[in-house]
Design a protein around this ligand. Structure first.
Ligand SMILES: O=C(O)CCC(=O)C(=O)O
Ligand SMILES: [Fe+2]
Length: 299
């Protein structure tokens, strides 16, 4: 645990801009990490899985659109997403709920403990040095990567999902447990943000039912995510570490086949001066809010 005050240096900013990802050890103290983990366990404990759309799937017979509304509405509440590996072939849950949750999101700022660890002077230092004019927080979530069944997150670019014009999204990904290649740590293609434009975006369907990908310019070829494994740089890290992720850098995480979980807290920042339109899947007005949370309350 570091005792000196947090400082985001020019060198760190430079490295982030050059590489597309930056690992900052000891961003959170072990006490802060424990607080976030305890709060996460509490959320899971209070989660009523019996009313979840996926556990109701067999009785509702709602086909592949099951959970669409639940997903879209999660933009601005605390929803729970389950690991496909937690169900058997008859869609019966075969894991206890605390081992079945894949993700909790997508607005954890409704929870005061998560709010405190998100909206603070440390994060403000980072976005200020990186020249965000009106930093806004969105898509805050816990990613659980459960032991043995924790699914992979395939190679992607965050700008596809949090599309702004120009691109401004940056991920703040905080390890709540030690991460290595056995429990599915993050990995990325260094410098890929410099030559991988965003060529598609993840949008709400026009009929409001579910989501789809939309190609941006049919002439533009999509970036090659299928590089050899050795091109991906592993971001093994200790709990409390922060990893910054550029909107266009290609990154992923593998399956967790180990017997340890890999809980992480991630939120994203966009610049409020960039255009964020109504096509994006994530819209705050789902539950009546008006704007994304300011990261810097002085601006
Ligand atoms: O936690 C993971 O495995 C993936 C997270 C990710 O892609 C992100 O936060 O942008
Ligand atoms: Fe991502």
């Amino acid at each position: 645990m570091s005792s000196s005050p947090f400082q985001f240096t020019d060198e760190q900013a430079q490295q982030y801009l050059e590489q597309g990802c930056l690992l900052i050890p000891d961003y959170l103290s072990s006490t802060e990490v424990s607080e976030l983990l305890q709060e996460t366990y509490k959320l899971i404990d209070e989660f009523d899985i019996s009313t979840h759309p996926l556990t109701k799937f067999t009785t509702e017979n709602d086909g592949e659109h099951v959970g669409d509304d639940y997903f879209l509405q999660s933009s601005d509440n605390i929803s729970f997403f389950l690991e496909p590996g937690a169900f058997d072939s008859n869609n019966k849950l075969i894991k206890p709920k605390e081992k079945a949750v894949n993700k909790i999101g997508h607005n954890l700022l409704h929870n005061p403990v998560f709010f405190k660890e998100t909206i603070n002077e440390k994060a403000q230092q980072i976005v200020n040095k990186l020249n965000y004019k009106d930093p806004r927080v969105l898509q805050s979530m816990i990613i659980c990567k459960q032991p043995e069944i924790g699914g992979e997150v395939p190679s992607h670019q965050d700008g596809v999902f949090l599309f702004t014009k120009p691109q401004t999204a940056m991920g703040f990904w905080i390890a709540l447990e030690d991460c290595d290649e056995n429990n599915g740590c993050l990995s990325y293609l260094p410098k890929s943000h410099l030559n991988s434009p965003i060529t598609k975006r993840f949008i709400k369907k026009e009929d409001g039912k579910g989501t789809e990908f939309m190609r941006l310019d049919p002439k533009e070829s999509t970036p090659d995510y299928s590089k050899a494994d050795e091109d991906y740089k592993l971001l093994c890290c200790k709990k409390g570490s922060l990893i910054l992720i550029n909107h266009s850098v290609v990154h992923r995480s593998n399956l967790n086949l180990s017997n340890r979980s890999r809980y992480a807290y991630a939120f994203h920042v966009i610049d409020g001066v960039a255009e964020y339109d109504e096509k994006n899947w994530l819209q705050i007005p789902y539950t009546g809010g008006s704007q994304f949370q300011k990261l810097d309350l002085k601006i």
